[in-house]
Write a protein that binds this ligand. Structure first.
Ligand code: A3P
Length: 305
């Protein structure tokens, strides 16, 4: 049934995290078979926290000598970021033991699974993990819109009301949820293993993309040279990957890709703003979700608001 729409697929709780059935199966295959290399880069996120943006940024940074950012043939101009950097869950959903050995380094993959579900080779190798979190209130609003967009393609389905969706979200019942649980786990690991895990926030990327691009490049062992800085390479990457630029590319306006169902590339670009929740959530919703998140993060040093 997920071919018609992942939203119809049952959702299961496994080790404290909710998965759609097909995602859990794929996550388990990925955990069992994926062999990490020290040169791999794994981008970990909760759904709707800016995965598409992170994919484009990391690809542009790491491939800048092969594809100069202003190159007219840059892959990000003709391929959706999810085509450029694939999800491991999708690779392993389609083939339980794919051969990924011929992909040249650095191999960049993304995942929504929690740290504890990552294959042992990822946890023990020197491969780099970048985790991107986002304010759960913005994640919720983004996810609610996204879910209803996907449901439009499913005959006789009804839109999900915000109230119903919100109750489930507060209980953590969303794909790979609760998102605050996952963020906290990666946060703690990033403190334990700062050499291997870089923890980023969507809001910081929006506030100062240049400084965050420098952190990303440094963490991945390819810092910007002063020459590159003078030539404006950082600004060029920021512009190439900006919401305005990516969402207006023909490929992202009209193309489609097989996600867990066929989706239009434009579903990954909605508003790309910080704080849209204020226009959507009632004060009591805000209070409730803030309480749930604060209770979980209390004393950890991590804030998601
Ligand atoms: P909104 O729905 O709030 O607009 P993901 O990629 O994890 O699915 O997250 C999608 C969210 O990231 C959407 O948020 C989308 O608009 C936003 N987004 C996509 N590309 C972006 C970009 N280049 N810059 C900033 N935000 C972006």
């Amino acid at each position: 049934p997920f071919e018609r729409g992942a939203m119809c697929n049952p959702i299961h709780l496994y080790k404290g995290i909710w998965y759609r059935a097909h995602s859990l199966e794929a996550a388990m295959a990925f955990q069992r078979h994926f062999q990490a290399r020290d040169t791999d880069i794994i981008l970990a996120t909760a759904p709707k926290s800016g995965t598409t943006w992170l994919k484009s940024l990391v690809f542009a940074v790491t491939h800048r000598s092969q594809y100069p950012v202003t190159d007219q043939n840059h892959p990000l101009l003709t391929t959706n970021p999810h085509g450029v950097v694939p999800f491991l869950e999708l690779i392993y959903r389609n083939n339980k033991n794919p051969d990924l050995t011929s992909t040249p380094p650095p191999r960049i993959y993304s995942t929504h699974v929690p740290y504890t579900m990552l294959p042992e080779s990822v946890q023990t190798s020197k491969c780099q993990i970048i985790y991107l979190c986002r304010n759960p209130k913005d994640i919720f609003v983004s996810m609610w819109h996204f879910g209803n967009m996907l449901l439009k393609d499913i005959p006789s389905s009804q839109p999900i009301t915000i109230e119903e969706s919100f109750e489930r979200f507060c209980k953590g019942i969303t794909m790979f949820g609760p998102c605050w649980e996952q963020a906290l786990e990666y946060w703690k690991k990033s403190i334990e293993k700062p050499e291997e895990i870089l923890f980023l926030k969507y809001e910081d990327l929006k506030a100062n993309i240049n400084s965050q691009l420098k952190r990303i490049a440094k963490h991945l062992g390819c810092p910007f040279s002063s020459e590159e800085e003078n030539e404006g390479v950082i600004e060029d990457i920021a512009n190439l990957c900006s919401f305005k630029h990516l969402s207006n590319l023909e490929v992202n306006k009209t193309g489609k890709l097989f996600f867990f169902q066929v989706v239009e590339n434009n579903v990954f670009f909605s508003k790309g703003e910080v704080g849209d929740w204020i226009n959507i959530l009632t004060p009591s919703m805000v209070e409730k979700l803030d309480q749930v998140v604060e209770h979980k993060l209390n004393g950890s040093g991590l804030t998601l608001n």
